[in-house]
Structure formats: C-alpha cells, structure tokens
Design a protein around this ligand. Structure first.
Ligand code: UDX
Length: 440
C-alpha cells in the first residue's frame, strides 16, 4: 500500500489496523518490519497521501477501493486444524466493510486465501442494509520478503481476477489503471476470480516444490559424494527447468510456503482428490525431513551428544534481509538442539531477541539460550557454528579469529552453503554442508 501511495501521489491511501501499537510503529521512525528500501518509500509518502490509523470506520466510509490484507494463518482448531486456512480475520473485515459503507466500493482480496473465498466475502457484503454495490476482485501479492520493494517496482506480473460481468470488468480496469501507472500493461493479467485465487496458491506450491525437490537430492549427493551446487547449476542450465529456486538449504520457511501448500492440499482433500492432496503434502514432508536431517547430522557429528555443548547459531530469520521468523527452519533446528541439552548462543543481525525466546517457547530472558550481539561473541568457546540463515555478512567474517576462539576440534555446519568451504577447511574447521561431501 505504501508503494502504491509513493507511485500515485494523487491517490489517498489509508492503512488501518485494529492494533494501536502497530499503527504507532508505522507512524514512527522505526517501522515494525525490516525490509530493505521500505523506510524511504514510507517516509516519502507518509502524511502526504499515505496515512496510518486505527480509524477503520472512517477509512471505509471514504474509500472507493478497499484492500483486505489481513492474516490468513493455518487453522489451529476444529475441522481442518493444521491444514485449512483460518478465514476468521477475512470474515470480520468483510463484516466491518458492510457495517460502515455508505457508498459503492471495489473490495480487493489481497490476502492469500483458498479458492472460492470471494463467494463468502460476496455473501457477507450482500447483507448490506444501505443500498451499496460491491464488486469483489482478487489481486494476490507475489512479492518476496527481503526484495519486496524491487518486486513491487518491477513485478513479473500483476494478477487481477474479477467477475465476468460489465461491472466486474469495469472494476478490474479501475484497479489495472492504478498498476499501469508504473507497470507495463502487458504484465497485467486478468482472469476470473477463481483462477486468480488459485494461481497464488499454485505459484507458491510450485516454488516450494522446487526447493523440496532439490533438498531431497541433497541427501542423495551427501551419500554419493556428488555436490548439490554443481548439480543445481547443471540441471538449472536447462532453460526448460531454469536456475531459480534450486538453492539447496536446511529447508524453506516464511509465512507463505507451508501455509499455502497445506491449504492447497486440504482443498484437494475437500474435493475428494486424495492422491493430489498427498502429492503436495509430500513437499512439506520433505521440508520437515530436511530440517530434521540437518539437526541430526550436527548431533551425530559431535560424537552423538550435544549435552552442555555450546553451539553458535548464525542466523534465526527464515531468510536473509528480513527480521521475519515465521516458520523459520531455525526454530525447529534449535528446538532439536535444546531437547538434546545443548547450550545455544544465537546471533542474528536483525531479529529481535523477544521473537527468538517466543519462537523457542522460552520465557523472555531465559538462561537456556544466550542471545549475542555479534557473531564473534557467539562463537567464543563453542564446539560448533551452525549457519541457519544466508546473511551475506556471514561470508565476510574473520573465520581465523573465530576458529582460534573455539574449542578444538572446531566444527562448522553450513545450512545455507554460503561460506567458502575449502578456505574454512584450510583454517582447520571440520565442515559439513548441505548436499556436499564431508570435509574433515
Ligand atoms: C514467497 C514467494 O516467493 C512470494 O512470491 C510469495 O508472495 C510469498 O512467499 P517469501 O516467503 O518472502 O516469498 O520468500 P522466498 O524468497 O520465496 O523464500 C522462502 C524460503 O525458501 C526461505 O526460507 C528461503 O531461504 C528458501 N529458499 C528459497 C531456499 O531454500 N532455496 C531457494 O532456492 C530459494
């Protein structure tokens, strides 16, 4: 929304949230999320044509277009728990819109939702007492964290789904005209509502599937002495396959992949397509296998006991250039280590300590882990370094200095394959990486 405001100064954008703390952060100098280049975008437009407030009724009343951008987490209760999407926030948002609308609106689903959710939204909107007309559009967001601003500036495509009626087509064009301010019209794809809703889930499922595919092969590389990065390069050079999203890792995380693949799989089950559901569910199974396999490899290498051993954890975010820890592989891997009674010294350049305690189900300030403000402090007297996030800065550390401060033998487990393994081996580290032969 900030990006639209920055590109279209003649459009007023009101971002509303029921959480006053969150809104106060958006109005402050320290934004609630770390995202490269976002500060400048927000500062440029804030209080010009971009406003953050908790006054949803007023914003609804004045708006011509309303974007529903609420959380759609995996359900944790009742039917479909652990698989289906929790649509309660979407529903309450739609009810709020009905309650406060006094004129016609275009309502846009921005949140990722299961196919046919717009039916539910339309049904709620049709209960409006005042004679307001609502056109519902689906406009899923494809940006990735860490590169959000560039993705918005130059997206591969913008997808807008709407009803196949004159009013639906007019609504599609209204939204398309906004994006066309800075995006080539050829990149704006218009479809029916269901195709648009489903395409977002399928795009994320395909991306997650590529990572699980390459990660499953990393296990095979480790036992055959092939090198997964070499394999990725060779396989990805085929233009029919392509080179992106073939980087093997400790596993994928983030707010989207697991949730969306589970939602897609649940959707297939709901429609009785059990084989299809099982096929997609296996993408998640491989991801869990990969995280567990990596953690187990650390324990086995360290002579099958982690008890009282200090492990320096480099990185906690689900990927580099973000402070987001949702579904981060670091959570599962660290929990595994804690169950084995290891002592963890955790360093991440951007993740706030409170999030780490919360993700590991520890009381704030618990002495079960040490949160470090620099990687050298974390590695001091450690038996091993475990790299869990691909922060660029981890490539540039003084590993000789780190090695000298660690216990002997010093181990390094590279869960992101980002360090120079040959150079580290030369220093003296014993090395284990994803899909690579062991370096002892
Ligand atoms: C993803 C989609 O890319 C985006 O289009 C959608 O809108 C939201 O979900 P995001 O979760 O922000 O975006 O990050 P992404 O870059 O896709 O990475 C997801 C996870 O996969 C991260 O944990 C990342 O480290 C991992 N990953 C990515 C790999 O392990 N290997 C790769 O080759 C690429």
């Amino acid at each position: 929304m900030s990006f639209i405001a920055s590109k279209c100064p003649d459009i007023r954008v009101d971002v509303v949230d029921i959480n006053p703390e969150r809104i106060a952060q958006w109005n402050s100098d320290v934004l609630p999320i770390y995202e490269p280049k976002l500060d400048d975008i927000v500062k440029k437009a804030r209080n010009r044509n971009l406003f953050f407030s908790t006054n949803a009724p007023e914003a609804i009343k004045n708006a011509d277009i309303i974007f529903i951008s609420v959380n759609t987490p995996t359900k944790t209760y009742g039917v479909g728990a652990g698989k289906a999407t929790d649509l309660s926030y979407v529903e309450s948002c739609a009810r709020l819109i009905v309650e406060h609308s006094t004129s016609d609106k275009i309502v846009v689903e921005k949140s990722t939702i299961p196919v046919r959710t717009s039916d539910a939204i339309k049904s709620i909107l049709s209960t409006a007492k005042k004679k307001c007309k609502f056109d519902v559009l689906s406009n899923p967001e494809f940006l990735a964290e860490g590169t959000a601003v560039d993705d918005l500036e130059n997206p591969d495509r913008v997808l807008i789904g709407g009803e196949d009626s004159p009013a639906g087509q007019k609504a599609i064009q209204t939204l398309a005209n906004i994006y066309a301010t800075w995006i080539d019209r050829k990149k704006i794809i218009t479809t029916n509502l269901w195709s648009s809703e489903l395409s977002k889930l399928i795009a994320n499922a395909f991306l997650a599937q590529r990572i699980s595919s390459i990660n499953s092969m990393s296990a095979l590389c480790e036992v055959t002495s092939a090198d997964i990065d070499e394999v990725s390069k060779a396989v990805g050079a085929d233009t029919r396959i392509g080179s992106k999203f073939l980087k093997s890792s400790v596993g994928f995380g983030g707010s989207c992949f697991q949730k969306d693949v589970l939602s897609l799989s649940y959707l297939c089950e709901y429609y009785g397509l059990h084989e299809v559901a099982a096929y997609w569910k296996s993408v998640i199974d491989i991801n869990n296998y990969q995280k567990n396999r990596f953690a187990k490899n650390v324990a086995t290498s360290l002579y099958s006991t982690l008890r009282e051993k200090r492990l320096a954890i480099f990185g906690f975010a689900f990927k580099e250039d973000t402070n987001d820890t949702r579904e981060t592989p670091a959570k599962d891997v660290c929990k595994y280590f804690l169950e084995e009674k290891a002592k963890l010294a955790i360093y991440d350049p951007k993740v706030e300590p409170e999030k780490i305690y919360r993700d590991l189900d520890l009381p704030q300030g618990s002495d079960q882990i040490e949160i470090c403000t620099d990687p050298y402090q974390a590695a001091q007297d450690a038996s091993a370094i475990v790299i869990l996030t691909g922060w660029k800065s981890f490539k540039e550390l003084d590993y000789q200095k780190i090695y000298n401060s660690m216990l002997n033998p010093a181990w390094l487990f590279d869960g992101r394959n980002i360090t120079d393994h040959a150079a580290l081996r030369k220093i003296g580290f014993r090395l284990r990486a994803i899909g690579k032969p062991a370096l002892d």
